[in-house]
Design a protein around this ligand. Structure first.
Ligand code: ZN
Ligand code: ZN
Ligand code: FE
Length: 749
């Protein structure tokens, strides 16, 4: 059996099943997955084989099975074979699993020997990916190896009828890791310290302390969410002025008081992956305004460990729970780094003596138009493989520059790393190189091809071009987005790819980002795109949405009218206009930058402090306008390659502004216009190509309102839409598209 069959209680399950059917034989882990050898009457064997799949443990994902007849062996009874020490590939490691109901019940039972114990876990739950030091996945290849099982735990571990039979990370207060709490400098402390680390951490949090907590995949910064001053203090110290913080809540019921959840969102929230779920916020006193300013959304998650459960239950209010790092740095995993980095942020550190072997941020997702979509794929999901449509040679892809992930394809499985972050940060770059070395070492393969983005300045590209792992292949950014979406949906054949994002390098020397690409892993045709405008000042234009407003106004109207939304930048407008007139300025077809421009026209004139901030604000604004609106017009060219000119749209927005139309109405009209544009252009491309499948991909499709408007309109027009679910639509999904394109390249060369 192949797939996610190790570390999920599969061998104990086979043992129980075979024993109940009175079959003799053995089961074990090997380099491909789980093998078993059984003897018994044919009819019973048939039942055994069927039930291997139908009764499999909840966390197992069986990717395939093979059977052969072997010579009769002398044996009595059924046993679990000792694992052989061969390397077997990172793809075989299961993700971490949030604490199960049974373990939570034990922890909260005062009479249980694991009462209040922060590291309680069993075969159905607990750490995997973040504690593995090598393969095969057994206790001695985890950071639990130094904790020798006590007699009671050993007995459970050896009893096939016990929930902890072969649970590799099992332990108890007598034999497992222990917590330590240390207060830093002159930070906030509880008035009444008890000496027990967990109790005192709860008291400190309740008193308004910021506590750095050693979680599953890294340190987190935790504080009470209902106290505006405490949350603001965390923002100031972390140098993260605006980007929303996630909240740790006690239960689904508590989450419902803070955010609007539908059934799908509740299921995601309470899933074994325990991701942060973004959902529309419900204003109230349980969360202070600085938690998530200006987005209308809040991220909530349930506890992934008994430690988190004890903290949130103990304090009794939702807790801010955010990555333990300075903004843009990777999350700290080792105790020394955590201390040095987090000592200027936290008042106390709640640590423990089990090492974190692999970094894994909390994952983030949202329900968009009846589908749960990941925005950041890390703890709980990685390194679960995505199925490719065919097998082939090992291919490694190094992803994009922002929201970087890497991806390794072995056979028909593509295993993406956790979200690594933005490579421009030197510490993230170190983590990126370490992730590549780790993934190759764990898989024990040498890739035949190394795929990178076409952007020559991406640090991932520079890495690829200077390594000696394998020959390289450059892949266009939006082509990778398109193919990522096709693979995510197991779609064979071509599709119309609506690839909308911030920026990606185009082979014509412009920065792409508003592209309609028709193609598949074998290639693409750039069938339509936005009319290029200047990106005035490069990075400065990305940080300052008002610069994009100036660029679009000048492009559409030939001049920049006096608008109140640009008033505060009046003195700088002339220099930006000059940049727009210069031949040396970068041109862009990005629709993400058009969202920025419209956001600025609607009043978002401050510099942004995180990617997508202006567009998120514009979506929030649009949602505040309930009445129905009509779309603005676009001018779509007639040439072989359709060029989409937003001139009519920009002129109408200016007219609306001059008539003092509510900016919320303008924002709403703009969203509707983009949805209508997608349907219009796809209809034209369907006439030419005969294709009626549309892949919606790129960071812009994290915009819930846009997707909610686009999907029904596409369906009404007879299209089938493909959207992301296993990997994010943003640049975190790029590496999956890259490996699939790499595979196609290897096949045809
Ligand atoms: Zn459990
Ligand atoms: Zn024990
Ligand atoms: Fe992108």
């Amino acid at each position: 059996m192949r797939g996610t069959v190790q570390g999920v209680g599969f061998r104990p399950f086979v043992h129980r099943l075979a024993s109940s059917l009175e079959l003799s034989g053995q089961v074990g882990n090997d380099s491909r997955g789980v093998w078993c050898e059984v003897q018994g009457p044919t009819t019973v064997l048939d039942e055994f084989i069927v039930r291997l799949t139908t009764d499999a443990p909840p966390l197992a994902v069986i990717a395939g099975t093979t059977q052969t007849v072997v010579p009769l062996l002398e044996e009595s009874g059924f046993s679990i074979a000792i694992s052989q020490g061969s390397p077997e590939g990172i793809i075989a490691i299961p993700p971490d699993v949030a604490t199960c109901e049974a373990c939570l019940a034990e922890v909260s039972d005062p009479d249980n020997r694991r009462s209040g114990y922060a590291f309680t876990c069993c075969t159905d739950c607990g750490p995997r990916f973040t504690v593995v030091t090598g393969l095969p996945y057994d206790r001695q290849s985890t950071s639990m190896s130094e904790f020798v099982l006590c007699a009671a735990c050993q007995a459970e571990y050896q009893d096939p009828q016990d929930r902890r039979f072969h649970a590799q990370a099992t332990c108890c207060p007598d034999c497992g890791p222990t917590l330590q709490l240390s207060f830093l400098n002159d930070g906030v402390r509880p008035a009444d310290a008890s000496g027990d680390p967990l109790t005192d951490a709860v008291r400190a949090l309740a008193a308004g302390a910021i506590v750095a907590v050693k979680g599953l995949g890294g340190y987190q910064l935790v504080c009470r969410a209902d106290d505006a001053q405490t949350v603001q203090r965390l923002r100031d110290r972390k140098h993260r002025p605006d980007k929303p913080f996630a909240l740790l809540v006690e239960s689904v019921a508590e989450a419902r008081e803070i955010v609007e959840l539908d059934e799908l969102a509740e299921r995601a929230l309470s899933g074994a992956e325990a991701p942060i779920v973004l959902a529309p916020s419900i204003p109230g006193e349980r969360t202070a305004p600085p938690v998530a300013p200006g987005t209308g959304l809040l991220g909530v998650m349930l506890s992934s460990t008994p430690l988190h459960a004890a903290l949130v239950e103990g304090v009794g209010v939702p807790l801010v729970c955010t990555s333990g790092n300075r903004s843009t740095e990777p999350i700290a995993i080792d105790d020394a780094t955590a201390r040095s980095v987090l000592s200027d942020i936290a008042d106390a550190v709640l640590s423990h003596n089990r090492s974190i072997e692999r970094r894994a941020d909390d994952s983030v997702g949202q329900v968009v138009s009846e589908r749960f979509q990941l925005v950041r794929r890390a703890r709980g999901y990685a390194p679960r493989a995505v199925k490719l449509m065919s097998g082939g040679a090992p291919v490694l892809a190094v992803g994009a520059e922002l929201k970087n992930t890497i991806c390794l394809a072995i056979d028909d499985r593509a295993s993406q790393s956790v979200h690594l972050g933005d490579l421009e940060n030197p510490a993230t770059m170190i983590a990126f190189e370490a992730a590549i070395a780790d993934q190759l070492a764990m898989a024990g393969v040498t890739p035949t091809l190394l795929v990178h983005d076409q952007h020559p300045e991406y640090l991932s590209t520079k890495f690829a071009l200077t390594q000696d792992i394998a020959p390289t292949l450059a892949v266009q950014h939006h082509h990778a987005h398109l193919v990522s979406c096709l693979v995510d949906n197991q779609h064979a054949g071509k599709a119309i790819g609506v690839t909308f994002d911030g920026l990606g390098w185009g082979p014509d020397g412009t920065a792409w980002g508003g592209e309609f690409l028709v193609g598949d892993a074998d290639g693409y045709d750039r069938a339509a795109h936005l009319k290029p405008v200047t990106l005035p000042g490069g990075a400065a234009a990305i940080r300052n949405p008002w610069r994009m407003a100036v660029s679009h106004l000048r492009s559409a109207l030939g001049e920049v009218p006096d608008l109140s939304s640009l008033a505060e930048h009046q003195t700088s407008v002339a220099s930006v206009v000059a940049l727009c007139a210069s031949d040396t300025s970068m041109q862009t077809t990005s629709i993400g930058r058009l969202f920025d421009a419209v956001a600025a026209l609607c009043g978002a004139t401050e510099p942004v402090t995180y990617e997508g901030q202006a567009a998120i604000g514009l979506e929030h604004l649009a949602r505040q306008f309930g009445a129905s609106v009509s779309p603005y017009e676009w001018k779509v060219g007639e040439a072989e390659r359709l060029v989409i000119d937003p001139t009519p749209l920009i002129s109408e927005i200016v007219a609306d502004l001059n008539r003092n139309v509510e900016v919320a109405a303008i924002a709403r009209r703009f969203h509707l216009s983009v949805a209508e544009l997608i349907v219009d252009v796809c209809s034209r491309l369907r006439e030419r190509s005969g294709l009626s499948t549309v892949a919606l991909t790129g960071g812009v499709f994290q915009n819930r309102l846009l997707v909610e408007l686009t999907v029904p309109a596409l369906r009404d027009a007879g299209f089938v839409e493909l959207r992301h679910s296993q990997v994010p639509p943003n640049d975190g999904g790029i590496s999956l598209g890259q490996v699939a394109i790499g595979r196609a390249y290897v096949r045809s060369h």
